[in-house]
Write a protein that binds this ligand. Structure first.
Ligand SMILES: Cc1cc2nc3c(=O)[nH]c(=O)nc-3n(C[C@H](O)[C@H](O)[C@H](O)COP(=O)(O)O)c2cc1C
Length: 305
């Protein structure tokens, strides 16, 4: 069963991925946060994120979000230029800014649009495409209209986050619908949503023994060693885990200090590294880090972990 690191805009950029892969094992593939077509091109920042020299030694799957086949082709061309033979189509983003343009989960109520995207994928046999989707935008039934289209597509795998777009990232995940999808779809399936510990992963592996893999986002940001621990079949001793986090943090702080010259900017970006770790730390220590308004207070908070 493969373990994939979910894309998280604002968190899993190339520097985070590089640092994660340097210090932790167990992740089979990383995805970029979605690339989009904006003001006549792809943002420089997004191109930098996929440059092969910024992603050495990892399996990186660039992700595209698009509202029509023109956008799809322009983005796919831009990514292919950098030598990628794998790409992922975002059919899950719930942000209204995207869904109102029929992007992300906004595409799900439009089977003909999904079909046209799948047809464009088939026109690039040199690229292996995957997609990431929700159950629907407004209802948990929308996927049913897409079954035949997905089953006759060339998708290498399909990641399913079993919520609807309207739920954003909260509320229950619909495991019954996920189970139904695994039976209706022939594409290799990757489960995604709310996995935060080894037990969650084991439960999924035993409930869905035929699934291709698991994708984890916030769970890995909270506990970067999670995939490694799962593969090793045991929790890592606390001190070892802490040492790893601190080693990752040292690399991240070094990067932020080189990139951002002003303390307030450095703090803004380094706080993202800690943001999802609240559940894994002593609450007081986490709060002190997140509330530090000066570099002096921040470094003092880190020393106290
Ligand atoms: C801040 C944030 C940014 C995200 N950015 C993306 C993105 O760029 N592309 C994408 O497919 N999903 C994105 N997601 C969704 C995650 O990839 C994932 O599907 C979601 O967090 C559920 O998985 P998890 O519970 O393991 O985190 C984002 C989620 C969050 C919270």
């Amino acid at each position: 069963m493969e373990i994939h690191f979910a894309p998280l805009q604002g968190y899993t950029d190339f520097e985070y991925r590089r640092i994660h892969a340097k210090h932790c094992t167990g992740v089979d593939a990383y995805y970029t946060p979605f690339l989009r077509w904006e003001k006549g091109g792809v943002r420089d920042k997004d191109i930098k994120d996929i440059l092969p020299e910024n992603n050495e030694g990892i399996r990186l799957i660039p992700q595209l979000i698009c509202s029509d086949t023109d956008e799809f082709n322009r983005l796919a061309d831009a990514v292919q230029e950098h030598g990628y033979a794998e790409m992922d189509l975002n059919m899950g983003c719930p942000a209204p800014m995207q869904t109102k343009l029929k992007r992300g989960s906004g595409i799900l109520p439009h089977p003909s649009l999904v079909e046209s995207m799948m047809k464009e994928m088939a026109r690039r046999p040199e690229v292996s495409f995957s997609a990431k989707m929700r159950l629907g935008l407004d209802t948990s039934e929308e996927w049913k209209e897409l079954t035949d289209i997905l089953n006759s597509s060339c998708l290498r795998h399909l990641t399913i986050h079993p919520r609807i777009g309207k739920q954003m990232y909260k509320g229950e995940v619909h495991m019954d619908s996920f189970s139904e999808m695994t039976q209706a779809l022939h594409t290799p399936i990757i489960y995604n949503g709310d996995i935060s510990c080894i037990e969650d992963m084991e439960k999924l592996a035993s409930s869905f023994p035929n699934q291709h893999g698991i994708m984890i986002g916030r769970g890995l940001l909270a506990r970067p060693t999670l995939a490694q621990e799962y593969l090793q079949g045991r929790e890592m001793p606390e001190q070892e885990r802490k040492d790893k986090i601190l080693a990752m943090h040292e690399d991240m702080l070094d990067y932020c200090t080189r990139k951002y010259k002003i303390d307030s900017q450095i703090l803004l970006h380094i706080h993202a590294f800690w943001e999802y770790q609240e559940s894994q730390m002593e609450r007081k220590a986490w709060k002190k880090i997140m509330k530090a308004g000066s570099m002096k207070n921040y470094l003092e908070a880190i020393r106290q972990i």
